[in-house]
Design a protein around this ligand. Structure first.
Ligand code: NAP
Ligand code: ZN
Ligand code: ZN
Length: 347
């Protein structure tokens, strides 16, 4: 067994605190890594506080993981000891259903295994995430990292990056398309960078006027304060695609009203209260309302390689492990530019 140190929630009300636990002995196809950086996703906060009602404790959150390989099993082909590896939101799946065979493991018909707070498929042991010293994972669910990228800025690509890259690719965001991004948080700022990089005309929607200058710097062609009805109305019937990355309940009909005929809106944000949907906004424009979940293993590697080629990383604020509870509170106040990343050397 590998002994691991981390920060865990013991139930939905207690702050995260130091916690020791064991990880499984590596299998022949496993690698072990020492974690260097872990991003702080809003899902970590939803999960630590059981806002989706499915949390299991004790819980070490964290699924935006970058680390150094310390061990490779005898059947490992992708990694060598000393190399950098990255792990995202899922660490296993059935590996034989149509979704797994298509490399869309996040939609595994037998259920994917999350990086934390789920029994694993090997021993039934509760998985524990990346707010910790190390991880053991099958190499299929780990990724190589382009050498030119800053590693703290890479960590958030493993969730915020792939979760936005995947729907932007699925809905064919490209030059000539007008694309809206709703919410300038961890996911939103990556969506903005990717949509801009793919050559679309990008409009950033935000509730925070103070983020306007940043949005323009990050690649927005226009910024709209979503609370201002006049600014919203100017964009009616004009969007090819809108990606909604908001973490709290809000009016999604204000955005479907802005879609063109045959256009689409995709939801990636997962507020704990379901939205009310104005069906007329969809029916009268043959518009699509869809969702999207992270991304499969091949596309995650494709995204990382794309980031290497185009020099894209997340804008991060590095925090010590001991400040995680403060980081959660600041994230709730929309006070993060634009992702907290824990420096695991501080553990
Ligand atoms: P985040 O960094 O906290 O960003 C959320 C943004 O939403 C905020 O920056 C803010 O943007 C906006 N917002 C917050 N409260 C709002 C409100 N009351 N009304 C309107 N807008 C509000 O969170 P994140 O880490 O990007 O995660 C966003 C959501 O995606 C979370 O629900 C998370 O669980 C979910 N998620 C889903 C997937 C998936 O696979 N589908 C993967 C990862 C995360 P402005 O200040 O610009 O308004
Ligand atoms: Zn996440
Ligand atoms: Zn499967």
């Amino acid at each position: 067994m590998t002994v691991s140190k981390g920060y865990a929630a013991q139930d939905k009300t207690t702050p995260l605190a130091p916690f020791s636990f064991e990880r499984r002995d590596p299998l022949p196809t496993d690698i072990a890594i020492d974690i260097l950086y872990c991003g702080v996703c809003h899902s970590d906060l939803h999960m630590a506080r059981n806002e989706w009602g499915n949390s299991l404790y004790p819980m070490v959150p964290g699924h935006e993981i970058v680390g150094k390989v310390t061990f490779v099993g005898s059947a490992v082909t992708k990694f060598k000891v000393g190399q950098i590896a990255a792990i995202g939101v899922i660490i296993d799946s059935c590996r034989k259903c149509p979704s797994c065979n298509a490399g869309e493991e996040q939609y595994c018909e037998d259920g994917m295994v999350l990086t934390y707070a789920q029994p694993d498929r090997v021993e039934g042991r509760l998985t524990q995430g990346g707010y910790s010293s190390n991880y053991v994972v099958d190499e299929r669910f780990a990724h190589t990292v382009p050498e030119n990228l800053n590693l703290a800025g890479v960590a958030p690509l493993l969730c915020a990056g792939i979760t936005t890259y995947s729907p932007l690719r699925h809905w064919k965001v490209e030059p000539g398309k007008k694309v809206g991004i709703v919410g300038l948080g961890g996911l939103g700022h990556m969506a903005l960078k990717f949509a801009h990089s793919f050559g679309a005309h990008v409009v950033q929607f935000t509730t925070s006027e103070a983020k306007r200058a940043d949005a323009l710097r990050l690649g927005a062609d226009e910024v709209v304060l979503s609370k201002d009805d006049a600014q919203m109305k100017k964009h009616e019937n004009s969007f090819d695609f809108i990606l909604d990355a908001v973490s709290a309940p809000h009016d999604i009909n204000a955005y479907t009203a802005l879609l063109k005929r045959d256009a689409a809106m995709a939801l990636v944000g997962l507020p704990d209260v379901p939205p009310v949907i104005n069906i007329g906004n969809l029916v009268f424009k043959r518009a699509a309302l869809s969702g999207s979940l992270i991304g499969g293993m091949p596309q995650t590697q494709e995204m990382l390689d794309y980031c290497g080629e185009h020099n894209i990383t997340s804008d991060v604020e590095i925090v010590p492990m001991q400040k995680i509870n403060e980081a959660f509170e600041r994230m709730l106040k929309q006070d993060v530019k634009y992702r907290f990343v824990i420096d695991m050397a501080t553990l």
